[in-house]
Write a protein that binds this ligand. Structure first.
Ligand SMILES: [Zn+2]
Length: 154
């Protein structure tokens, strides 16, 4: 029993090869990897994640509006999942798998449509168009579609 426990932790969680001296912990829980990774697998996983600085503007009821976070696209092992991970502690990352994704569009919206900016730009008629990512996905539990707006800065 104890030996099996040790064996499990001496092998890579992805390829099962014996781990050398250099093993890597998965950086994020949403990678979905239970255990340590060998260097090859770690490098492969890292290179198959695209990450962007982003703001959740609105649309997802479990996240506050205008919250800062990372938008990651996970492509390794055919995960094909989009994750919005808030920087603020206490909020769970939103994960959208490709089978739930209905639509994905880049839409130009006027900056003044954003509530916070409208408040701060009172009296200053500064209007600027910004490109937003609109993701529409199926909420598994309720079987209804849901759209969120994301603004990426990189
Ligand atoms: Zn490996």
């Amino acid at each position: 029993m104890l030996e099996r426990f040790h064996r499990k932790h001496d092998t890579c969680a992805r390829c099962n090869n014996t781990l050398g001296l250099r093993s890597h912990e998965p950086e994020e829980e949403y990678w979905g990897i239970n255990g340590k990774l060998c260097k090859n697998c770690y490098d492969l996983v890292k290179s198959d994640i695209r990450q962007y600085d982003a703001h959740h503007i609105s649309g997802y009821d479990r996240l506050p509006a205008e919250i800062e976070g990372d938008l990651s696209v996970l492509l390794f092992d055919e995960k094909n999942t989009i994750v919005f991970s808030p920087k603020k502690k206490g909020f769970l990352p939103l994960q959208i798998t490709s089978d739930l994704l209905e639509d994905c569009k880049i839409i130009t919206r006027n900056e003044s449509t954003s509530m916070k900016r409208r408040i701060f730009s009172v009296g200053v008629s500064k209007t600027k168009d910004k490109r937003h990512l609109k993701l529409t996905f199926l909420k598994a539990a309720r079987n209804t579609f849901h759209s969120i707006w994301i603004y990426t800065t990189r």
